[in-house]
Design a protein around this ligand. Structure first.
Ligand code: AMP
Ligand code: ZN
Length: 469
């Protein structure tokens, strides 16, 4: 039984799908005006893992995640780059997909783009106007009438009157907005900006309406899970609820999941603060699976502080698991006896406990930190209980168990060892350079450094070769 911490009720609740055996899930995706940073990568990795665990449990998952490809920040970037907003968005969507593939994020069932869903947005806005939940002002701006929605504040647990108190100063003279709390559904175009015709004016949609519409179109009026980073709870998700529930007349999402922030030096990592690290910068130093393993080393709701130390420990943790995988493969290749003995049968039975440990951790609001601990227990079992005497049968069974659980985390149990870590390659290149410059002291120092990391260099006539020792 999967339990999910629901931001709406602030409790862990048993997951009950709308449709037996199926999960309808929407994850708010990035605004594409730059390469993604590792903070953006956190929701991608954790909700991909949520999806993989549901698949492991036998569910079918309809996973929808959007690209916000029309937005002030994209327009600003397009002016700076001297390109159209569409070109900027296209470019960063393609780059984002490359990063996602590297991080082994399963492609979404559907990645809708806001600019391709304008018709649906106009329809929903019209419905809201017709129902009296939205209004048009003289320049063609359409506002949502926040106070007309009874449940406003239910997700963020805010009291609507406190909100107004805090926002009163926003109202500017000449603004026809009826209440400072009202937010934009449609806004008139400015010169040089992308725009679409609508019954109210040529213009473009507000950010919140995009997700309400894309979720409805691809998943239906009521969905199981709506997810994103915790910064989206207010106002983005609160506004999505107001729009969708007012327009559709049914609950929008049963479970609201929010990941904690990825911090750097204990401050939120964000584009606006300028303290972000791009995924592709990290990938020059670490393999993408190290980043993934690092992200999953914490429960998704806890804040996670990025540091080199934690990345290094993620790297060595992953290496420990993979060394066990290589050893098992090696033992399987050498095994003379395939069939398991009776004792082995019993021994194998004891590993069920670790699989249970893994499942209990994941059932408990996707506690990947504890799930990883269960994998380490299995690794320890493999390292201490299996050896040259073991049958191929038990070796293979244990190998497959670990492989399957690693797969839930989106990680390979064993990797092609011909592929070398970017940091190691950098050292090898540095040593070559040192040799060329006849700086043999440095070259030897690097050779020793590599050896301490388990890489032995062999200088052959065809050039430098390496092997793991
Ligand atoms: P944005 O492009 O800013 O709309 O962000 C896309 C997604 O990344 C949203 O779900 C954000 O909540 C999430 N996000 C942005 N920065 C961070 C961060 N530092 N840590 C975790 N999630 C983040
Ligand atoms: Zn959204």
């Amino acid at each position: 039984m999967v339990k999910i911490y629901n931001t709406l009720t602030r409790t862990k609740e048993e997951f009950k799908p709308i449709e037996e055996g199926k999960v309808r899930m929407y994850v708010c995706g990035p605004t594409v005006y730059n390469y993604i940073h590792i903070g953006n990568a956190r929701p991608m990795i954790v909700f991909d893992t949520v999806r993989r665990y549901f698949l492991y449990k036998g569910y079918q998952v309809n996973y929808v995640s959007n690209f916000t490809d029309v937005d002030d920040k994209i327009i600003k970037e397009s002016i700076e780059e001297g390109k159209s907003a569409q070109e900027v968005a296209e470019f960063y969507i393609a780059e984002c997909k490359k990063d996602m593939e590297a991080m082994n994020i399963m492609p979404a069932t559907k990645n809708p783009r806001a600019t391709e869903e304008i018709g649906g947005m106009i329809d929903m806005i019209q419905t809201l106007i017709d129902k009296g939940d939205a209004y048009v002002v003289s320049d063609g701006t359409v506002y949502y009438k926040t106070r007309s929605f009874q449940g406003y504040g239910k997700l963020s647990h805010k009291n609507i009157d406190d909100l107004e108190g805090g926002h009163r100063d926003i109202k500017v003279t000449g603004d026809e907005k009826q209440d400072p709390l009202d937010f934009v559904l449609w806004k008139p175009k400015k010169e040089g900006e992308p725009s679409w015709p609508s019954p109210w004016c040529d213009g473009r949609p507000g950010w919140h309406i995009e997700c309400s519409v894309m979720s409805k179109r691809y998943l239906g009026d009521t969905i199981d899970i709506h997810a994103g980073g915790e910064d989206l709870i207010f106002p983005h998700h609160e506004n999505e609820i107001a729009q969708s529930e007012a327009a559709n007349g049914v609950p929008f999402a049963h479970y609201w999941m929010h990941n904690g922030f990825l911090n750097i030096d204990n401050r939120k990592m964000s584009k606006s603060l300028g303290n972000f690290l791009l995924v592709r910068e990290i990938l020059k130093r670490y393999n993408a699976d190290v980043l993934r393993f690092f992200m999953l080393s914490a429960q998704y709701r806890s804040p996670l502080n990025y540091s080199e130390d934690l990345m290094e420990s993620a790297k060595s943790g992953l290496e420990r698991i993979r060394t066990a995988g290589d050893r098992l493969k090696d033992l399987i290749a050498k095994a003379t006896q395939m069939e398991m003995t009776e004792e082995e049968d019993e021994l194998l039975d004891t590993t069920k406990e670790y699989v249970n440990e893994f499942e209990e951790a994941m059932d408990d609001d996707f506690n990947t930190a504890d799930a990883i601990a269960a994998i380490f227990d299995l690794v320890k079992f493999a390292n201490t209980k299996l050896d040259e005497e073991s049958s191929g049968g038990i070796l293979m069974a244990v190998f497959e168990k670990i492989e399957k659980l690693m797969g839930v985390l989106g990680l390979e149990f064993t990797v092609d060892r011909d592929e070398i870590d970017p940091q190691i390659q950098e050292l090898i290149d540095k040593r070559q350079q040192a040799r060329k410059e006849k700086n043999f002291a440095l070259a030897d120092q690097i050779r020793d450094e590599l050896l301490s990391q388990g890489i032995e260099l062999l200088d052959t006539r065809e050039g430098v070769k390496w092997k793991r020792v």
